[in-house]
Design a protein around this ligand. Structure first.
Ligand code: BGC
Length: 747
């Protein structure tokens, strides 16, 4: 048994919790989430309703119910069930011997609890999952065992009384009986989308309520004889199946038993896990915590069509089920190394939303593609102008994430370049990449300011990754990233001169782009070896450690950032910014510079974004600062397990799984501790933490999956795929055949 937290352990690949209070429903509902990239069913129990944060969030169901937040909808719950005794739910009795589990390898969740019914012990077990084989299907099995004979009523049905974060999405909900089960249909409040849920279970007395349709079934239990009941839910929307009702009926009709569905899903999960199976030997808690994070990254990633990875996945509606830069910078690397098809799908999503990005640019007086800070289906900007409030005065705060956090466009461009380079997918570059890169460069050219007396281009009035400082000029991360993308775009255009398209730069534009590439201001390394995060940053008040600034809070829920928060006139950062630059562009600065900046910025960083720890862990690991790297990695691995991050900021709910951190945890282990990189071929410079004996890591290379076992002294190829793999280790080239080893010393 591996202890992970209070009442939280793991056995093998199973996460186990043995304590529950209603207060845990929000966080545990996220941690025990079941999902499959199409939907997520919060880890709540069968009898849960809105007040217990029950919710099944389905992809491609964006809707704006409150006039402010466009978010994915929670749909009617077709796995609702309850057990009645003496006209009351048995779950209102005190819970004994509670145990809930989630098998990370198969996505199967269980809850087992014993209830005392005036001397009769009733044990209820529910087992359920979101099928990975058929993404519209959620099967459940209920097992009841009583210590004495007892008569109960089992309720099974569809319940529309579900949690919804911002307004009521389900309009005109109608319930009906269909062959072999029940159905519920609804229209989303503001979108032209129809959602249909079906439930299959043997029907008995049908009871219709305002928010539900139930089948009531009398059940007589005999002592110590388990009885099982199955219930299967199917869901879709008209965005997936124009005739959604028919699809649901047909799927339910053809649906095999719970056990057959379970077997198929287990098989599908095996395939999903194969490329991501990292084994850490010597630190079981790290191993299983990494699995928890990888599991959540996988279930948050749509594979069925080009759609974004939501910043909270399908665990909660917070962050609108939408893509941020998280997708390209945090979630993409694991796919780049292990399953490039998924990386490509994510980029296709950005291609699909190019027109939204162009419209946004136009709306704000720019050219080209200005990607949305918060991007849903169409790429239209979903980030409202006002979302935090000043809790001291009650007044809304105007933040400019949607207008000034322009690095998002360059991050998308960076991901295109990285994918094409690593997988040599020139077809993608020709069909999609060049167009995206050209539009991004066009945006940059219209966004920079030429400063005549300094004879250079600058990028003014932006917000870098450190969101607490808005309206800054020449943010180092933004400028370097923009410069890199522009320079590489010009190179790609040169390489693909035969490609035609209206998106290509005119001769005049090209001259301008070349001039910008030559004269864009890149904040230099100063005499102390430091890069200034933005113009004037070094003149701000220095507070070390950054946490000291929190003494200035008047209210714990105050927003820390722009325009008046406690950090604004200080050097305290929300999250990695200059360090972020090193994490994705280690090639631009030597180790000495990176170390000096790490030493300067880390103590000034609050790490109040879940994005910060993995970035620090990655950079520190590469720099050989192993204690530092391990500390940050631990923090990252346990953000959701221990629920360390605030669920409310400036009055806005921001809870749920931290999907970027989930994906980046995999990347930290691979790119940080295993030192994996791609530089015209595979590079590996491992820096294993002392606590680990070895690390086994699959990587997708030259069209096949290879596996490497890394100890403190050797790298061994443990797969059997014929052919040799070329690796650069400490700048030396090695050719590794299957099942052979090479010694290395830490660089
Ligand atoms: C972070 C952003 C991030 C967003 C979504 C914010 O708290 O500061 O960098 O993109 O969360 O994860």
């Amino acid at each position: 048994m591996i202890q992970l937290g209070p009442h939280l352990t793991a056995e093998g690949t199973t996460l186990i919790k043995t304590h529950y209070t209603p207060k845990q429903a929000i966080n545990d509902g996220s941690l025990f989430l079941m999902g499959n990239g199409y939907l997520g069913m919060r880890g709540t129990f069968m009898e849960a309703k809105k007040d217990a944060y029950a919710g099944i969030i389905v992809s491609d169901t964006w809707d704006n119910a409150d006039g402010k937040w466009e978010e994915l909808s929670t749909v009617m719950n077709g796995l609702f069930a309850d057990i009645m005794w003496n006209d009351a739910s048995v779950f209102t009795r005190p819970w004994q011997d509670f145990k809930r589990t989630l098998d990370l390898k198969t996505g199967i969740a269980t809850r087992e609890v014993t209830l005392d019914l005036d001397g009769t012990q009733l044990t209820v077990k529910e087992e359920k999952f979101a099928s990975m084989a058929d993404r519209h299907t959620l099967p459940m099995k209920i097992t009841l065992t009583a210590s004495r004979a007892i008569d109960l009523t089992l309720i099974q049905g569809i319940d529309a009384d579900v949690w919804s974060l911002n307004g009521t999405h389900l309009k005109d909900v109608s319930f009906s009986e269909i062959p072999g089960g029940l159905a519920a249909e609804a229209t989303l409040s503001n979108a032209d989308t129809h959602v249909v849920v079906g439930m299959k279970a043997p029907l008995h007395t049908i009871v219709k309520k305002a928010h539900a349709i139930h089948s009531h079934r009398a059940v007589s239990l005999t002592p110590d004889t388990p009885v099982t009941f199955e219930q299967i839910m199917v869901v879709t929307s008209t965005n997936d199946h124009p005739n959604a009702s028919q699809f649901v009926q047909d799927t339910l009709h053809a649906c095999p038993s719970f056990d057959a569905l379970k077997e198929a899903s287990i098989q599908a999960w095996e395939t999903i896990w194969r490329p991501f199976n990292i084994t850490i030997e010597g630190a079981k808690d790290d191993h299983v915590a990494l699995m928890v994070n990888t599991y959540h990254a996988l279930i948050a990633t749509p594979r069925h069509k080009p759609l974004p990875i939501g910043a909270r996945g399908f665990s909660a509606q917070s962050y609108q089920g939408a893509a941020f830069w998280d997708q390209e910078i945090y979630n993409m690397p694991m796919y780049l190394y292990a399953e490039p098809e998924v990386a490509k799908n994510l980029l296709l999503y950005r291609y699909q939303t190019l027109s939204g990005a162009k419209e946004k640019a136009k709306k704000h007086g720019f050219e080209g593609a200005f990607y949305a800070w918060i991007s849903g289906k169409t790429g239209e900007e979903l980030c409202p102008d006002f979302f935090f409030k000043d809790v001291l005065s009650g007044r809304p705060i105007r933040n400019h994430f949607n207008l000034w956090q322009i690095h998002i466009s360059f991050d998308v461009g960076f991901a295109v370049l990285r994918y094409v380079e690593q997988h040599q997918d020139h077809e993608f570059m020709r069909d999609y990449g060049l167009e995206m890169l050209s539009e991004i460069s066009r945006f940059l050219a219209s966004r920079v300011a030429y400063i005549p007396h300094r004879e250079r281009y600058e990028i003014i009035r932006v917000q870098g990754p450190d969101e607490y400082h808005e309206n800054v000029d020449n943010n180092a991360f933004t400028n370097y990233q923009a410069h890199y993308v522009l320079k590489e775009t010009l190179r790609a255009l040169e390489q693909h001169r035969d490609v035609e398209g209206a998106f290509l730069p005119t001769a005049k534009e090209r001259t301008l782009w070349e001039d910008i590439a030559k004269r864009l201001y890149l904040p230099p390394v100063n005499a102390d070896g430091l890069i200034e995060q933005f113009d004037g940053y070094f003149d701000l008040e220095s507070i070390v450690p950054a946490e000291k600034v929190t003494e200035r809070l008047q209210d714990p829920e105050e927003y820390y950032g722009y325009p008046n928060g406690i950090t604004v006139f200080t050097q305290c950062l929300k999250q990695a910014d200059t360090i972020q630059l090193f994490s994705i562009h280690p090639e631009l600065f030597d180790e000495k510079v990176q170390k000096a900046n790490y030493a300067y910025y880390e103590p000034r960083t609050l790490h109040f974004s879940s994005l910060s720890p993995t970035t620090h862990a990655l950079v520190a690991a590469r720099l050989g600062l192993l204690d530092e790297a391990y500390k940050h990695m631990k923090k990252a691995l346990f953000i959701d397990l221990l629920n360390t991050n605030e669920a409310i900021s400036g009055g806005t709910f921001i809870g749920g799984m931290h999907t970027a951190n989930n994906g980046a945890s995999w990347a930290v282990v691979a790119e940080g501790f295993a030192g994996v990189a791609y530089d015209h071929g595979l590079v590996m410079n491992p820096h294993l933490p002392e606590a680990w004996e070895s690390l086994t890591l699959p990587l997708f290379l030259d069209g096949a999956l290879r596996t490497f076992k890394i100890t403190h002294t050797t790298i061994t190829r443990t797969d059997d795929t014929p052919g040799r793999v070329t690796i650069q280790i400490n700048q030396q080239t090695h050719h590794l055949e299957a099942q052979t080893s090479v010694p290395y010393t830490r660089s």
